[in-house]
Structure formats: C-alpha cells, structure tokens
Design a protein around this ligand. Sequence first.
Ligand code: TRP
Length: 344
Amino acid sequence: MTAKRMLTGDRPTGRIHLGHLVGTINNRVRYQHEYESFFIIADLHMLTTRNRPTDIREIDTNARELVLGNLAAGIEPEKVTFYLQSGIEEIHEIYTLLQSLVTVSRLERIPSLKDMARDAGIEMPFNLLGYPVLQAADILCVRGNIVPVGKDNAAHVEVTREIARRFNSLYEPVFPVPELIKGDVEILVGTDGTAKMSKSLDNAIFLNDSPDDVRRKVMRMYTDPNRVRADVPGRVEGNPVFTYHDAFNPDRVEVESLKTRYREGSVGDVEVKEKLATALNRILEPMRERRARYDRPGYVECLIEDGTRRTRQETKETLHAMRKATGLSGVWNRIHRKAGSLDS
Ligand code: TRP
C-alpha cells in the first residue's frame, strides 16, 4: 500500500499573496509530511483564458515564481514533487477518457467558469468549459487522495469526485475519490475591502513584498468608512483590517483588546494598522529569508524538471491502468495479434 497523496497547484499567472496562503498554502505546508505530494504548475489551464505568445513566454518565469512562493511559505523541496503540466503528454489522453463521464450541462452550471470568461472579457472557449475535467485528470493521474484548494476551485473537485466514482463503477475501481480540503479563510478580502484579494485587482499583499511595501499597503487599507475620528466607535465585523488581524495576527490577546478599544472608540485606525503591519511582517520575514535561500539560478528549474519526469512516470502507469480497465488496451492487443497472424 503506497502512501496517501496530496495533489494541488496553480496556474502560472503571478506571485503568491496572502489570499493563497490562507486559501491553500497553509494546508499544503501542514499536510506535506503526512502525504506524498504533487504540486502542478497548470500551464494548460492557463491557456483557457491566456493563450497569446506573450502569455506563454512568461510561463517559465511565473512557474519559477510559483515554486519559490511555495518554498518560501514552508514547503520542503525534498517532500514535494513540483511539475509542469504541459510536460506530461499522457495527461491529454486521460483528459479525453474522462470526458464521456460528465455532461455539458453539469459543466455549464459551474459559476467559476463563467466568472473566468467574464473576467477575461471573452466568450466561453471549449477548453474553459472543460477546465474542471482537465483538473480531474490532474488529480486522478497521480491518484490523489486530498486536494487543498480555495473556494473558487471547490466545484472542480466536486466534478472530479463524480468523475472518479463514475469511472470506478462503469469500468473498474482504479481511482480513490479525492477529498477537498478547505482553506482557513474561504475568500480573503482585498486590501481595498472589495471582493477577494487578487493580483489583477491590485489589492494584494504578496509574500515577497518588502517590509515597507507591506506597511504602506496596510496603512492605505480600507476600514470602517463611518469612522472619521479615533474617538468614534468603530465596526469590527466586516472590517478588512480586523479580518486580517483574525487571519494573521497570532497574538490573540492583542487582537481582542484592539477590537474592544475599536468598538468603544478608544484606539485610532493608525495604531490598529501599525500592529497589523508588524504582525504581517513577522509572518513574512522568515518567508523572505527562505525565499532568498532557494532563489539560486537553475535550482527551481531543476526541481521542476525532475518532478515532471517523476510525475510523468506516475501518469503513464495510471493511463495504463485506465486503458486496461476500459478495455481499450485489449482492442489494440487483439488487432496487433491478428495483424501478426497474416501469412505473407
Ligand atoms: N484550478 C487551479 C487554479 O485555479 C489550478 C489547478 C489545475 C489545480 N489543476 C489542479 C488545483 C489540480 C488543484 C488540483 O489555478
């Protein structure tokens, strides 16, 4: 019996921020010791909304950024296999074999796909509708048991579970039904108080922001708009500064006292923000140090190259099992045998 596996990852579109940390990366760090872990750099998924040559040319630097972000957050390179999705040719066949196990209308009901099309300002491309099915192929190609992802990916894991069950019952039990691991915070608000933290909305604090950047971003954060002076009672609920205190400040006593004083109007926004910036920088400082340690020419690329080789081997084995379970390999073998019996 092999160890249980974790499969997760990201599209190579940018830097890692605090939203990723509480959405998925903290879980990755927690589970890496217990599970054999594979982290995908999902460049084929990126092509669903960004397929221009200029986007594609950025994949390697973004992949590097992604891996460094994970290592900075505390992922240990000996524990985790990082791999580039487009380096695994067999993934396309697995994807194809899974496509008959889900309906178009099931996929059309997933809101995240429509959101992605809208955000990209495009009509739904064929591969964007199939996004969760390719994600199922990613998860199932290593027979993943757990998938720690943020809320916007939860529906994709649900589709994966349905597909795995369907495959197992229609053919043979090849796949574990993977389990979704939810984030510590489902969706982290941006520093502007709107929607969610996101690079494209320019409301993110990145893991490798400098201490000054962090302080500056925090000092500009949206708080309770009705609070014009420090002696006016303020709202803690729904106030992004306190949401961040709750999510990131380990000093619970300090947080509770700030909340009490804020509610009664005996602490200024500046002090609350100063303390938040300090707490954030305390978390980010060891991450900056780790990042600097791993940031050597060729190091990350080596991890990706080795990891992709290793994952490709796993994927080949899974595909082999799938061809056997479906009966496709039998068809090919029979044709091959009969072709060999031709007497010339
Ligand atoms: N969909 C993920 C994202 O939003 C990336 C991804 C692709 C993924 N395949 C995966 C995540 C498999 C977890 C498991 O970027």
